[in-house]
Design a protein around this ligand. Structure first.
Ligand SMILES: [Zn+2]
Length: 80
């Protein structure tokens, strides 16, 4: 399911939400529909830095990358 990240233009709140079809989400904080859609959220692929601040990057490209991404241009999950 597509998860999109939005930023509310009214109050600046950032949130992620599932978007079904062409439904338009509203800000959960102020109910404003004035939202700016950000990149697809790959928030579940965390850029966790290991002990010592070492950032580990998956090198196996065969593994499924990001459940939230249907494209290969997600910079958050390092694909593409
Ligand atoms: Zn808002």
């Amino acid at each position: 399911m597509p998860i999109y990240e939005y930023k509310c233009n009214a109050c600046g709140n950032r949130f992620e939400t599932l978007v079904m079809g062409s439904s338009t989400p509203e800000c959960p904080s102020c109910d404003s529909p004035d939202l700016a859609r950000l990149m697809s959220a790959c928030g579940f692929v965390s850029k966790s830095s290991g002990p010592g601040g070492e950032t580990r990057v998956k090198s196996s490209a065969s593994s499924s990358s990001c459940a939230g991404c249907s494209s290969t241009s997600c910079s958050s999950c390092g694909v593409g």
